[in-house]
Design a protein around this ligand. Structure first.
Ligand SMILES: Cc1cc2nc3c(=O)[nH]c(=O)nc-3n(C[C@H](O)[C@H](O)[C@H](O)COP(=O)(O)O)c2cc1C
Length: 212
């Protein structure tokens, strides 16, 4: 973050602990030793194995997990716009707006953290109804094609975010891979809009999506 280009604070609210990822466990995935959470240097790491008979989550972690009071504190501390990421319920969206939050990200962490959560596209309409266009409403999770963007905009999102596609693109071809990915998504979005008869993004409305 630099002074002339301040970052946009996004607070992730849906993952105080890492989910149990069975495929990662089976693969024996470990971060390389050189990869560290530098902002957490000097802080005690939670031992998820825990002592026998004690839960590391319920014996300490939850006492320190952030809550709505922390979001209110952050709001008072900074004039920067704050976005909350990980909203899946309209009540939480309303609570966030009451805290003075400037934008929301409907997200289930890409479905990587807790199984059986709803798809973000399914959670979006009720949240859009709660927000009523008062703040930007972003969405992520499973956006893979231009038609996914059309669906998200139709159901009430202001814009979408992407996670894994850009990681794949970066791994395969670096920055030009990510640029190519964005070109593909943009082309697909434009073609889908034309085929759906929309000349502008704000012409995309919920009538474009057939929901039984
Ligand atoms: C390797 C990886 C690491 C992630 N780390 C974080 C994180 O530290 N904080 C966070 O809010 N979301 C994190 N996410 C979730 C993404 O921000 C995003 O919500 C998700 O990837 C969107 O879904 P998609 O990958 O299907 O596009 C991570 C996702 C991946 C794949």
């Amino acid at each position: 973050m630099t002074q002339d280009r301040p970052g946009l604070p996004v607070v992730t609210v849906d993952a105080p602990v890492t989910g149990l990822r069975n495929s990662e466990q089976r693969a024996g995935f470990r971060l390389p030793a050189a990869v560290r959470a530098v902002n957490l240097d000097g802080m005690a790491m939670l031992d998820m194995a825990g002592a026998p008979g004690r839960s590391p989550v319920f014996s300490g972690l939850l006492d320190h997990a952030p809550g709505w009071g922390d979001i209110e504190w952050l709001r008072r501390e900074t004039p920067l716009p704050i976005l909350l990421k990980g909203i899946l319920h309209p009540d939480d969206a309303r609570r966030a707006l009451a805290c003075g939050i400037d934008g929301l990200v409907v997200s289930n962490h890409g479905g990587r953290t807790l199984d059986t959560l709803p798809a973000t596209l399914d959670a979006l309409p009720a949240i859009a109804t709660a927000v009523q266009g008062r703040v930007p409403l972003l969405l992520d999770g499973g956006i893979r094609r231009g038609t996914d963007i059309v669906k998200a905009l139709a159901l009430g999102a202001s814009a979408v975010l992407i996670g894994r596609p850009q990681l794949h693109a970066l791994a395969i071809a670096g920055a030009s891979g990510v640029a190519h990915l964005l070109t593909i998504l943009r082309t697909e979005l434009e073609v889908a809009m034309v085929l759906a008869g929309c000349s502008r993004p704000d012409a995309i409305d919920k009538n474009l999506v057939w929901r039984p």
